[in-house]
Ligand binder design. Sequence first.
Ligand SMILES: O=C(O)CCC(=O)C(=O)O
Ligand SMILES: [Fe+2]
Length: 330
Amino acid sequence: MPAPHDSIITRANSLLAGGRVHDAIALATRAAQAGDPDALMQVAIWRLSGHPLPRDLPEARRLLRRAAEAGHADAALTEVALVGNGSGGAPDWPGALALLRSAARRDATAAAHLALVEAMALRPDGAPSTLLSGDRLSTSPDVTRFRQFCTPAECAHVASAAQHLLAPSAVVDPRTGRLTEHPVRTSDGGVFPPTREDLVLQAINRRIALATNTAVAQGEGLVVLRYRPGQQFRLHHDCLPGVRNQRIRTVLIYLTDEFTGGETQFPAASLTVRPQVGDAVLFTNTLSDGRPDPSATHAGLPVSTGTKWLATRWIRANPVDPWNAAQTAS
Ligand SMILES: O=C(O)CCC(=O)C(=O)O
Ligand SMILES: [Fe+2]
């Protein structure tokens, strides 16, 4: 028997670990129905992940709503993310912003997000209200740089929001079972899942959509990479082998510039881009017929000193569903 002071969540998780799935669900669901904020959040997480309950995004949103109303700060932020990015309903920027405003009255994290969003010039749908203009650095490959695409405060936010997502890009060697260095990318990195797309990130994603003349839904989840001295992204192409929905464009946003080395290089154009904080580089990976453009091969050169932080958004030919990873891979 678990100790009586164990939380419902601890008890539900130990029931799950012991294979007593029905008992775990019954315990947490009962507590959620009684209005326990942690239980509401737990059942919402199960509804989002699809384990041990079937995925049900609208139901997850209803549970998050009740948890947020009961004062669960993380539930409130998750609800804001889902309302804004259209998980379990149509994307609703004004609705998400109103929820963020109300969360910001109680929660410092929400208030910090709101301050960053309020400093942006946005249309009612969250897209930038100003035109973005870039400088063409090369035509083959097609590379454009947008100076100060993000403010230093936005860059700092993206990097710090990504801290808990970072994992070494090591892979398991199938022969030895041991972790070994990824053959191409030695940085640490992570992808923001839809549940963690706060409105600062969503506004940046909308800005990227405008700059690339694509729909927000064509973008894969924003990736953040951190390169320490010696780390690099060796020469590669962003197109994926054998997929129908190809990565047609890439946007890189330099989140820091207090480092040496770490330039982005496009050998076919003899082009080397020196990162400056907030600058974005947009390039096209495919030719007009949709096939990969060989000249778009590029590298992130090794960092010599300091730490390079980068945000990458790979943009597909057609919308991707962030809740369906299999679809992203094909
Ligand atoms: O680190 C860089 O400058 C390049 C990153 C890159 O190629 C990518 O994220 O696809
Ligand atoms: Fe790349």
